[in-house]
Design a protein around this ligand. Structure first.
Ligand SMILES: C[S@@+](CC[C@H](N)C(=O)[O-])C[C@H]1O[C@@H](n2cnc3c(N)ncnc32)[C@H](O)[C@@H]1O
Length: 318
């Protein structure tokens, strides 16, 4: 995956603060290289259990933020409308080829500049994405902006205080401390976060962090090869609730509610210009729940145009 700044330019220390870098999955083989027949059935099943437990099963409008190729889309059957949002058009196009346009809306853009009006979503789910964020607190603030008051934000994050990291640190095979609260970038644009830091930052962004589940207790090659997947999944199912007591797994899910105060989106509004934040005209296809024709959305106040191409609303070029 290529690190870019959010204008699509090469990453450099000078532009990091202004535009957080992006881990670019455009045209990546993530689906086939990481998931399909890659021995991750256990992780996939364990994550699905956690999401089913924490995400309200039904609702109006949900966004999968960093949806990739739509791996988790079948979990949103109880939602009237689902936005699959990702920086990678190619991932979204694959998702669209599998899921169609009836209930799904495909939007390409940057999670630091969500192209939606404030107070729009009933629920946002973000799995395996925040570990790519150089500025997770900015993402939380942006999610809080687009979630309606009392809406849900289900977040999965890579836990820096996991058992393996603790063991490696104690054996002096790892320089960084898993107990230190600050995020650690262990590989370029891959960050592990501390559960207490995540809770603190979610709270600062205007969320009330609630139930927390620990996931993937048995993410060890040897165990996965020796023990049947269904046994590991069942054991994980039982152990996930220990997350309320301690968090030592590589993956943690936390379900937060947005605070009760704040803006609710006006009926009929949906997209907002990511450059100037003004509401954009709502496309007829969105109202009808059909595939959008190729064209563009024009922001009258700032004059920017946002392409619609092959069924994807494209806000990447901020
Ligand atoms: C590891 S994949 C996870 C995909 C999916 N959530 C899943 O669990 O299968 C990370 C995804 O985050 C997306 N992503 C990374 N940085 C992003 C950003 N700044 N804005 C939007 N999406 C981003 C990538 O394009 C990629 O599809």
């Amino acid at each position: 995956m290529t690190p870019l700044d959010s204008n699509g330019g090469p990453r450099s220390p000078g532009n990091m603060a202004a535009t957080p870098p992006i881990c670019d999955y455009e045209d990546s083989d993530y689906r086939t290289r990481f998931w399909e027949d890659q021995g991750r059935e256990y992780e996939d099943a364990a994550e699905r259990i956690a999401i089913r437990r924490l995400l309200p099963p039904t609702g109006g409008l949900l966004m999968d933020l960093g949806a990739g190729f739509g791996r988790l889309a079948d979990l949103y059957d109880g939602y009237r409308r689902v936005v699959l949002f990702d920086f990678s058009r190619s991932q979204l196009q694959y998702a669209r080829s599998q899921l169609g346009d009836e209930r799904f809306v495909y939007v390409a853009g940057d999670m630091y500049r969500l192209p939606f009006v404030a107070g729009l979503f009933d629920a946002v789910n973000q799995v395996r994405v925040i570990h790519h964020a150089a500025d997770p607190a900015a993402v939380f603030a942006e999610v809080r902006r687009v979630v309606r008051p009392d809406g849900v934000f289900l977040l999965e994050f890579a836990n820096k205080r996991n058992l393996k990291a603790i063991a490696r640190y104690l054996l002096r095979r790892q320089a960084w401390s898993p107990f230190d609260l600050q995020p650690v970038e262990f590989v370029d644009l891959n960050f592990d976060l501390h559960p207490s830091w995540v809770r603190r930052e979610l709270t600062s962004a205007g969320f009330l962090p609630g139930q927390l589940l620990t996931v993937s207790h048995f993410r060890l090659g040897l165990l996965k090869r020796r023990v049947p997947t269904r046994w590991l999944v069942q054991a994980d199912r039982l152990l996930q609730f220990t997350g309320r007591l301690w968090q030592l797994t590589p993956s943690v899910f936390v379900c937060s509610r947005a605070s009760a105060s704040g803006v609710v989106a006006l009926t009929g509004t949906f997209f907002a210009c990511p450059a100037c934040q003004c509401p954009l005209p709502t496309p007829q296809a969105l109202v009808e729940g059909s595939a959008p024709a190729n064209g563009e959305l024009v922001c009258r106040p700032c004059g920017r145009t946002w392409p619609i191409s092959a069924g994807v609303y494209d806000f990447k070029g901020v």
